[in-house]
Write a protein that binds this ligand. Structure first.
Ligand code: HEM
Length: 499
């Protein structure tokens, strides 16, 4: 009897293994059948096993493939079991993002289960007609007039950043942490008119929750991996993208603001107001409170860490280059003097600051890649590859921006390469085309104002914990330095009290 049981268990186990093997290897010849040059994948993990085990970061893996297949226009890769076309040729990339946008209008969605997780029904994740309508609504939030109107809020936060650095800068500073405090306050006040109080209070509940949103421990990495590549398992295990307290916190803050605006009739120049206005007018688009909440949430998600990371890397690069830092300080002082303070006009006139921000974004793009989903079958532009609806496309922003064919001596931090043109071909840090980052100008202003306030009052230099070079943190999807960014801030005589 026990022998029969043993054989039965063995048989079931064998069937399980065979099914698992079939599941893991099924589809591995996908790119071979499509006659696309490709990387042989590992079962289940595809070509990115090393990122899951945290041995290598995602951008490092992409860079490895990019260099190895540099002569090809595109390469077939497998993100876990998902076949994805990584496009390396800049002309093809540009066509996908702009000229042929109508055939690539969606991004590979992180989740379509927005019933269960309503916060995910946001601009970055939406598709088709819904995305188009929402994009149309939020675009005016970032118009030059809105940016100018919002600038005093940004300037107040930049001023507070400088003040807190004066208080806390006796030792070396954990720069990304400090800059997240600044960007949290800027976005909190500009997006939904609340003051998170993160600059003054490093224990602010708002800051704690936004940090939780970007947590990159092993469990979060695994969960994110599972959500992206095994969505059914993710749902089956009842996992959630953000922990319930993060969801509740942000949902209730936005609800509070909405109630207050309705009750008091108060109108503000912020992103939330624009969506609220649409709700009040008769349009075909049904703007619900849930949609206002999820889209306010994406502004936090998309703007906070990207801008803080840019500021941190920019200060890291400048800490290593005293001469460039002095050039920037001279420009900042001159613009502040000419325009009577750190205002919109002064920051807009800081050309070398703008170039330094672009060069930081080139070398350290916080979003190292973006994606598109093929929405209409056709031939991949400038090639003879037939694409099918739902084919996944990946644009390796990080690799293209480090390609010596587009940027000679690519590892050198040289803002002067942007002196002729702030958006040369090959610069893709904000994406391109109709689905590019709508917050470009807002992000650039936030970063430039922060830089101006800091550099006008401090000489920034390396500290004992500054890493000699940047090594990507494999836990983070965004570009982060493994050892953090620690710098020394030495107060210097302020040239203009307006700063
Ligand atoms: C330095 C700062 C920033 C960087 C480097 C950055 C980068 C990007 C990139 C690469 C994309 C994808 C573009 C594409 O697929 O073509 C994107 C999309 C997006 N970004 Fe930004 N971003 C920044 C700041 C911001 C800010 C401040 C906001 C809003 C407050 C924002 C909101 C968004 C949204 C909503 C999308 C999705 C757009 C859509 O799908 O229509 N970003 N960003």
């Amino acid at each position: 009897m026990s022998f029969v049981l043993f054989v039965l268990v063995f048989f079931v186990f064998l069937v399980f293994l065979l099914l698992l093997f079939h599941y893991g290897t099924n589809g591995r010849k996908y790119w071979l059948h499509r006659r696309v040059p490709y990387r042989e994948p590992c079962p289940i993990f595809g070509n990115f096993g090393a990122t899951l085990t945290l041995r290598r970061s995602y951008p490092e893996m992409l860079q490895y493939f990019y260099e190895k297949y540099k002569d090809e226009k595109f390469l077939g890769i497998f993100q876990a079991r998902r076949p994805t076309l990584m496009v390396m040729d800049l002309d093809v990339v540009k066509s996908i993002l702009t000229k042929d946008f109508s055939s690539f209008s969606d991004r590979i969605s992180v989740s379509t289960d927005t019933q269960r997780e309503p916060l995910l029904r946001n601009l970055a994740n939406m598709s088709g007609v819904e995305w188009r309508a929402m994009r149309h609504i939020v675009t005016p939030s970032f118009s030059p007039a809105m940016m100018k109107a919002m600038f005093p809020l940004i300037a107040d936060c930049a001023h507070e950043l400088k003040e807190i650095l004066l208080e806390e800068s006796t030792h070396e500073v954990d720069v990304p942490n400090m800059m997240s405090r600044y960007t949290t306050d800027v976005i909190g006040s500009c997006a939904f008119g609340v003051n998170p109080g993160s600059i003054k209070n490093s224990e602010s509940p708002f800051l704690k929750m936004s940090k939780k949103m970007f947590r990159a421990d092993r469990t979060t990495v695994l969960k994110r991996y599972c959500r992206t590549f095994f969505p059914r398992l993710f749902k089956f295990l009842n996992l959630r993208t953000y922990s319930p307290d993060v969801e509740t916190f942000f949902t209730s803050i936005i609800k509070q603001v909405l109630t207050e605006r309705r009750e008091t009739g108060k109108v503000r120049n912020d992103f939330l107001q624009l969506m609220l206005n649409v709700q009040k007018t008769e349009t075909k688009f049904h703007m619900t409170d849930e949609l206002i909440t999820s889209n306010s949430f994406i502004f936090m998600l998309a703007g906070l860490e990207t801008s803080a990371t840019t500021l941190s890397f920019c200060l890291y690069q400048l800490a290593k280059d005293e001469h460039l830092q002095s050039e920037l300080r001279a420009e900042i002082n001159e613009c502040v003097r000419r325009h009577g303070g750190l205002n919109y006009e002064a920051v807009s006139a800081m050309r070398l600051v703008a170039q330094s921000v672009q060069e930081t974004l080139r070398l350290h793009p916080p979003t190292p890649m973006t994606t598109r989903l093929c929405t209409a079958a056709g031939t991949l532009p400038s090639t003879d590859l037939a694409l099918r609806v739902k084919d996944n496309v990946l644009i390796p922003i990080y690799c293209i921006q480090r390609d010596p064919d587009h940027f000679p001596d690519p590892d050198k931090f040289d803002p002067h390469r942007f002196s002729e043109d702030l958006y040369p071909p090959g610069f893709l840090a904000f994406g391109e085309g109709p689905r590019s980052c709508p917050g470009v100008r807002f992000g650039q202003l936030m970063v430039a104002a922060g830089l101006a306030a800091v550099l006008g009052r401090f000489a920034v230099g390396p500290s004992a914990r500054t890493t000699p070079r940047v090594q990507h943190d494999p836990r983070s999807f965004m570009l982060k330095n493994k050892g953090g960014i620690w710098l020394h801030f030495q107060p210097i005589q302020e040239r203009f009290s307006e700063l």
